[in-house]
Design a protein around this ligand. Structure first.
Ligand SMILES: *Cc1c(COP(=O)(O)O)cnc(C)c1O
Length: 493
């Protein structure tokens, strides 16, 4: 039998409080003993349940050890105690970020695309630990604004040559600031941008962003960015006329590319653009294959890409290959725990028991309201066209969820007063979840935190950082090396 751990009830009126209740509240010195953990966390033993934190960077929160699931539970137990102590905002939603997962993605990248230097797309998740880790691992960065460039250079130890300013339509003042900061690599896809750069940063090393087929991607970029191949010769002519140096070609197949063959077509177009470059009198030395890499299809995309590069660029001595992955690195590294703050369920008279009044209906009968929503971390539903899958972190105050627990169709809502704030329209969840219980959401690292707002007075969900076993020591070593050189301590993000 798996051990059952019972949380203190957030709203004791609704809950049966078990005898183990006192284990988690009422004592200020709580030790998290591995024996109380459910058997499902097999990593726990191997981790020795070590929750010792390490302060590597003075300006950042500590870095813990342990599987992210452990920290989801620890966060819930902490919240439960703080709720019991009447602390304000005690039950706020929170993220757990596993930096080891980012390291493992980097290893995967180096294994399958060893020739291509990743330039992490900062916009995807500009988390300070993520940026420091990737800086320490030797990645480059794709920045789209002055702010992102400052954030990356603010770490220290990142040479501006490791940055590509990959926004083809930049404010003039941003181009000037880039010039001042020594950031020379930048993309363009139109003639006006060339005139602007000629005035503001004539020494820039330019990369022409060509249009790729983005029809197989969740987020398409083609209607906004990318020069069709037909106009590339005239753009290059213009660049020559202005005395600008164009060094290569970039494309982006769209974010969340679900058809890896798209990369093959894009590489063919890039080869055509290289030929146009030579015709215009340039010798291109950079091929930037952009982003779009999805965790689940990474190996397939890498294989198509490698084959296409071998086919269209068989002799690539003197050509530097780079990419701009965002989602691939961070999506799986972050999980979110959200608290059920309210619910709306049908009741029968004289009973507090939930009764599903419409068992045959396909309409959700229970509405759960949680404390992060589409104006916060779940903005990915609106902007990134994501669907999210909640799972139960605690049920009726317990981490133990029986497999025979009855499920019904439920809807999950964010905390704001707007009805657009719907996290899941219809999802199978236990109908017995109580106010104070917790839902978990995995794969919350990409395009979530970065675009969250504080609409309606709800704060951003905070992040707890950890390293799990595989890659954990490598992460620590990399970060400690960076810190020992005096980098990464700067104030702010
Ligand atoms: C958003 C973006 C990326 C990152 O895309 P992912 O799909 O997250 O890999 C890379 N390059 C540019 C220019 C972008 O705009």
């Amino acid at each position: 039998m798996s051990p059952v751990e019972v949380l203190a009830a957030l709203n004791p009126v609704d809950h049966f409080i078990s005898s183990s209740f006192s284990k988690f509240i009422g004592s200020s010195d709580i030790s998290y003993d591995p024996v109380v953990l459910p058997a499902s966390i097999d990593d726990a033993a191997a981790e020795n349940w070590r929750l010792d934190d390490e302060k590597i960077f003075s300006s950042l929160p500590p870095l813990f050890r342990g599987h992210p699931e452990i920290h989801l539970r620890k966060g819930i137990m902490d919240a439960t105690r703080r709720v019991a102590a009447n602390e304000a905002d005690a039950e706020n939603a929170f993220f757990v970020a596993d930096l080891s997962q980012i390291f493992r993605q980097h290893e995967r990248w180096m294994k399958y695309l060893p020739e291509i230097v990743p330039h992490y797309a900062v916009k995807c998740n500009p988390d300070p630990y993520v940026l420091r880790l990737l800086a320490a691992l030797g990645a480059g960065f794709d920045c789209a604004s002055n702010g992102e460039i400052s954030q990356v250079l603010g770490i220290g130890g990142v040479d501006p040559s490791r940055i590509i300013f990959a926004n083809p339509c930049k404010a003039t003042s941003f181009v000037r600031s880039a010039a001042k900061a020594g950031v020379n690599n930048m993309t363009f896809d139109n003639a006006d941008e060339l005139c602007k750069i000629a005035r503001a940063h004539p020494e820039a090393k330019l990369i022409v962003r060509i249009l790729a087929d983005d029809s197989k991607s969740i987020c398409r970029f083609g209607i906004k960015f990318g020069a069709p191949l037909e106009v590339v010769p005239s753009l290059l002519l213009k660049a020559k006329e202005l005395g600008l140096d164009v060094i290569g070609v970039s494309f982006h197949v769209g974010s969340g590319c679900y058809d890896p063959t798209t990369y093959g077509d894009a590489i063919k177009r890039a080869r055509d653009a290289f030929i146009m470059g030579a015709q215009a009198g340039y010798r291109f030395t950079l091929l930037d294959v952009g982003g779009g890499f999805e965790d689940a299809r990474f190996e397939a995309a890498a294989s198509v890409l490698t084959d296409a590069i071998n086919h269209y660029f068989p002799d690539r001595k003197g050509i530097r290959l780079i990419a701009e992955p965002g989602r691939f690195y961070v999506s799986r590294a972050f999980s979110l725990a959200a608290n059920i703050i309210a619910r709306r369920a049908p009741m029968i008279e004289n009973s507090s028991e939930f009764v599903d009044l419409k068992p045959t209906s396909d309409e959700p009968s229970v509405m759960y309201y949680i404390n992060d929503g589409v104006y916060g971390a779940f903005n990915c539903i609106m902007f990134d066209h994501q669907t999210v899958n909640p799972y139960v972190l605690s049920l009726n105050g317990s981490f133990h969820v029986s497999s025979s627990e009855p499920l019904s169709l439920c809807s999950v809502w964010g905390p704001t007063c707007d009805s657009i704030d719907c996290v899941c329209k219809a999802v199978e969840l236990p109908s017995a979840l109580q106010i104070g219980d917790w839902l978990g959401f995995d794969n919350m690292g990409a395009y979530t935190i970065c675009a969250a707002s504080q609409f309606n007075g709800f704060e951003f969900s905070k992040v707890v950082y950890t390293t799990s076993r595989v890659g954990g020591e490598e992460v620590r070593r990399a970060l400690c090396n960076l810190a020992a050189k005096g980098y990464g301590h700067g104030v702010g993000p």
